[in-house]
Design a protein around this ligand. Structure first.
Ligand code: ATP
Ligand code: MG
Length: 229
């Protein structure tokens, strides 16, 4: 099977007031198309930094990051954001909804941003946004603003948004952190269904070992280094 993600000898060194923080130390990671992997590890071990680098949001200090065969950190800004928008659905660790937009508009936004409905009609986009929100248990909250939703409901809106462009990769940074056990189970079922149906590649960062064990492979991050268990 070909690799969807191929990371070789990736380092990230932050310079904070002259102090060097090695957030990633020679990380290697290969993920096959359509596989569902998880990353576990203590707070501060480098998980978000890694996701952010392979998602094209943070530039590594050095190393190679290939997505679907393309060395992404050789792309220019425009190519990089086009790649991100087309290929990657990002579920952030912290809420990133736009407070002035209703739930359904938050979900539809990446499509509107990407092509102004060039490929997909506005109707199709909004139908899919409503379907995603309903699947995630928010069928009655389509018109709510983020401030009118609970933390767990906001979290599910941002999960729905990651899927709107039908990305080939979903990068999820503790997506079920503020959900109860039942909602968490439903979200994992939804992920598994999309993974099987569409061969979407999934990377899941979680502190929940039981969830991690449901995935194809569990990787552990410790002090900026990735080990395979
Ligand atoms: N922008 C930044 N500037 C300086 N240091 C940073 C920055 N972002 C992260 N770090 C540092 O890099 C290390 C890894 O942080 P990261 O956010 O990747 O950890 P994490 O594994 O996601 O932790 P958590 O489980 O708490 O989310 C930490 O020591 C952190 O303080
Ligand atoms: Mg993190």
């Amino acid at each position: 099977m070909a690799n969807m993600i191929d990371i070789n000898d990736v380092w990230k060194i932050y310079d904070v007031g002259g102090e060097k923080i090695e957030a990633l130390k020679s990380v290697n990671l290969q993920i096959e198309i359509g596989s569902f992997i998880s990353i576990v590890g203590h707070s501060g071990s480098g998980k978000t930094t890694l996701l952010s680098i392979l998602g094209g949001l943070t530039k590594p200090s050095r190393g190679s990051v290939k997505i679907d065969g393309t060395e992404i950190w050789n792309l220019n800004d425009r190519q990089l954001s086009a790649m991100r928008n087309r290929k990657i659905g990002f579920i952030f660790q912290f809420s990133s909804l736009i407070p002035t937009l209703r739930a359904i508009d938050n979900v539809a936004l990446p499509v509107i941003y990407a092509n102004g409905h060039g490929k997909t009609s506005r109707k199709e986009t909004y139908e899919y946004a409503a379907e995603l929100l309903s699947t995630l248990g928010l069928g009655r909250k389509l018109q709510s603003f983020p401030s009118e939703l609970s933390g767990g409901q906001q979290r599910r809106v941002s999960i729905a948004r990651a899927f709107i462009n039908r990305p080939t990769i979903i990068v999820a940074d503790e997506p079920t952190g503020d959900l109860d056990a039942q909602s968490e189970g439903e979200v994992m079922e939804f992920f598994s269904r999309i993974n099987e149906q569409d061969k979407t590649t999934f990377l899941l960062v979680t502190h929940n070992l039981a969830l991690a064990r449901m995935t194809d492979k569990v990787h552990s991050m410790k002090d900026g280094m990735l080990t395979h268990s």
